[in-house]
Ligand binder design. Structure first.
Ligand code: NDP
Ligand code: OXD
Length: 311
């Protein structure tokens, strides 16, 4: 079995783990170690490959995306349409995102964004937060990462959590909203909004002047999803005008964030460089190798991408 690695990230931890779990596999690096006959390649592990590269392998059994979001991969117009694409669902990727979300929800819930600004003015005043159980938290996208983050918040005492998704959900203790018809009601009730949607044709710039206007004044936004989910001009205007009190932004369009972007200097914006949850190679390689084992044994790959919905 031949597994080809196509990524600028260090292959060493991937190779070590995959060779341990699949000793019979040849782990090869693109382009230097690719065989003359590219039809011999069974699996590709990749993150942001050059457009066109994945079409070179006629006999792939699966393509493994080395992250959760497949928006970059799906930009490739020549992507094979009949090869399963497996996106990364990995315990350490999930726990990294849970930490990021819990950190910023607590920050905004306890109003540290207000105290931060007060410190600069040497102001001493209390702003008691609403009861934890009542604070209205809303997840735009409540899939693998959103739901795990919501559960962690429930364990901290947050009981007023809602999720917006394409399909209606039955998740214990979480109010489910679905589809564009229920977006307004979801936004109206949400004081702290977390965007954990994939970037697709349907979700692009979903945070815009219209949707922002549906949030309560003083709401906070946490975006670890994708920069393309946000209309930046609209969000910046809302942050300057006070409609949105504060935002924690981990992802941008394009990345790295432009040096001229107003976000860098805004007192009520917290910028991080796309680190909400980094793929941990050893753990992700284990998940990938176990999935290959399953496919080789005749099983179906899990966490595959539906090309028609774009995630
Ligand atoms: P999932 O596919 O598990 O969840 C996506 C959620 O979005 C689902 O609830 C889905 O609804 C919902 N959704 C998708 N399209 C729509 C739509 N048009 N309308 C309403 N709801 C929609 O993804 P993950 O939770 O694993 O990951 C989410 C995103 O997080 C990734 O795509 C990636 O962009 C980002 N990410 C960012 C990282 C970082 O470091 N900043 C790290 C990892 C991921 P339904 O459940 O009904 O299908
Ligand atoms: C991912 C990411 O999608 O790191 O996994 O953004």
């Amino acid at each position: 079995m031949k597994i080809l690695y196509i990524s600028k990230y260090d292959p060493t931890p991937w190779q070590r783990k995959i060779e341990k779990i699949l000793p019979e596999a040849d782990f090869l690096l693109w382009p230097d170690e690719a065989p003359d006959n590219l039809g011999e390649i069974d699996y590709v592990l990749t993150w942001k490959p050059e457009p066109g590269v994945l079409a070179l392998f006629p006999n792939l059994k699966a393509i493994f995306n080395m992250g959760a979001g497949v928006d970059a991969l799906l930009q490739d117009k020549s992507l094979p349409q009949n090869v399963p694409i497996v996106r990364l669902v990995d315990p350490l990727l999930t726990s990294g995102m849970v930490e990021y979300v819990v950190h910023w929800v607590l920050h905004f819930h306890r109003q540290f964004h207000i105290y931060g600004a007060m410190q600069k003015k040497r102001e001493w005043k209390e702003f008691p937060p609403p009861f934890t159980a009542k604070r209205a938290i809303g997840f735009l996208g409540i899939g693998e990462l959103g739901y795990a983050s919501a559960q962690a918040l429930q364990n901290l005492g947050f009981k007023n959590i809602a999720g917006w998704s394409r399909n209606k959900k039955q998740l214990p203790g979480i109010e489910s909203f679905s589809g564009l018809g229920e977006l307004e009601t979801f936004l109206n009730r949400t004081e702290i909004l977390i965007t954990l949607l994939p970037l697709t044709n349907e979700t692009e710039k979903i945070i815009n002047a219209k949707t922002i206007s549906l949030l309560p004044t003083g709401a906070c936004i946490i975006n670890p999803g994708r920069g393309g989910l946000v209309n930046d001009d609209d969000l910046i205007a809302a942050l300057k005008g006070g409609k949105i009190a504060s935002a924690a932004l981990d992802v941008f369009s394009p990345e790295p964030l432009d040096e001229q972007s107003p976000y860098w200097e805004m007192e009520n914006v917290f910028v991080t460089p796309h680190i909400a949850s980094l793929t941990v190679a050893g753990s992700a390689a284990s998940v990938t190798a176990e999935m290959i084992k399953k496919i080789e044994a005749g099983g179906e790959p899990e966490n595959t991408v539906d090309l028609s919905s774009g995630y």
